[in-house]
Design a protein around this ligand. Structure first.
Ligand code: FE2
Length: 378
């Protein structure tokens, strides 16, 4: 039985006035144990390009950040330079993970006012940062767990990233792998909190729910989850929110919550225009993906119909396919990219489809359970 509901396609303008116009994801900041090595990893394995640096050499005493970029995706990798910092405490509690989902806006003060007046908890008040390249206004609010949103207004800035950062242009620059933009970012929240946070995105940020899944859609023998997808008015920001549902054994969401020690970002989905080329390259560079049983591909044509890609090639690479009313999508999920079984990446190519691969959830969860079994956390 399917209970999927689509209340409004993400790409259509919402009928009501958007009180929080958002231009897109500005950057994603991860707090990590070793920012220099993380930057090397994202360059080498994921094809990100060096962009900017802030640390001892720019006068910072407590932290170091490397910024890497691939098309529209910017990652900021930040580590502390001494003990007893907020960043160090965050890493001790959560392991490497996403601290900030920064959102590009035209007016950061208005975004802060619009959200805090609707109940958002302030992370920090609007701040003007300036250097010889102009000025940037930022302001922050808290969301689930210790994750924050920072609004970034950068129309009066032409520096490389943000004031305080210098260009980082090392000789070592492995080629990009074709990643284009952040398609969506998924949050895991505690049992019973999904609706709370969906309401929060609705009331505080003016998002609407575009899709929901319940355990009837996507449970396996052992594990289940509930998920709702929230989107802003122009569809450029999509945040699915998951909570665990009862299963016979520990769900992957509970496993995340246990190891992250609270709610947080579960995966960052990044888009490519050529998933076959991108995944070939990522696999050659050592990125490991979840795999599904071969039988998945035997049933593929019957389930999704005609597709442009060669199924033999998809099978070889482990790429999944799903179809909705508007088209189809191809997707694949990495294994967690840190010691704790917490955050991972999704690579997605959309060919018309605006959904999130519900048809793959069961095959995928069974793949995750095989990994959990191996970790002894099922
Ligand atoms: Fe996803």
């Amino acid at each position: 039985m399917s209970t999927t509901t689509a209340t409004a396609p993400a790409h259509q303008p919402q009928p009501t006035e958007d009180f929080l116009p958002l231009n897109g994801t500005d950057y994603v900041e991860l707090y990590v144990g070793n920012s220099r090595q993380a930057a090397y990893f994202y360059q080498t394995a994921f094809g990100f390009q060096p962009l900017a640096y802030a640390g001892l050499a720019t006068g910072l005493k407590d932290r170091e950040s490397y910024v890497v970029v691939q098309d529209k995706i910017r990652l900021v990798l930040t580590s502390p330079l001494k003990s007893g910092t907020e960043i160090g405490r965050h890493i001790d509690k959560h392991g490497d993970g996403v601290k900030t989902v920064a959102i590009w806006v035209d007016d950061a003060r208005a975004a802060y006012e619009a959200t805090t007046s609707r109940g958002a908890e302030s992370y920090y008040e609007p701040k003007v940062h300036s250097d010889e390249n102009g000025e940037v206004v930022t302001a922050g609010i808290h969301t689930y767990g210790e994750t924050v949103h920072i609004f970034v207004e950068r129309s009066k800035y032409n520096g490389v990233f943000l004031p305080g950062y210098e260009a980082w242009n090392p000789d070592y620059q492995p080629a990009p792998v074709g990643l284009k933009y952040v398609d969506h970012m998924v949050g895991n929240v505690e049992l019973g909190k999904m609706n709370h946070w969906c309401k929060w995105y609705e009331n505080v940020m003016g998002f609407t729910q575009i899709i929901s899944f319940d355990d009837a859609d996507i449970s396996t023998e052992y594990t289940a989850l509930m998920s709702k997808v929230m989107s802003n008015g122009n569809g450029r920001i999509k945040f699915p929110i998951n909570e665990p549902a009862d299963g016979r054994k520990k769900s992957q969401i509970e496993e995340y919550l246990d190891f992250y020690e609270g709610p947080g970002i579960q995966h960052i989905a990044v888009a490519t225009d050529d998933i076959i080329a991108t995944i070939k390259e990522l696999q050659a560079r050592g990125i490991e993906f979840l795999t599904v049983p071969d039988t998945y591909y035997d049933e593929l044509n019957g389930r999704v119909g005609e597709i442009d890609e060669d199924v033999a090639q998809l099978r070889k690479l482990g790429i999944l396919v799903d179809r909705d009313d508007e088209g189809y999508l191809l997707q694949i999920f990495t294994k967690p990219i840190e010691p704790r079984p917490t955050m991972f990446f999704e690579i997605i190519q959309r060919k018309g489809a605006t959904s999130f691969g519900k048809g793959n959830f069961k095959a995928l969860f069974e793949a995750i359970e095989r990994e959990q079994e191996r970790r002894g956390t099922l």
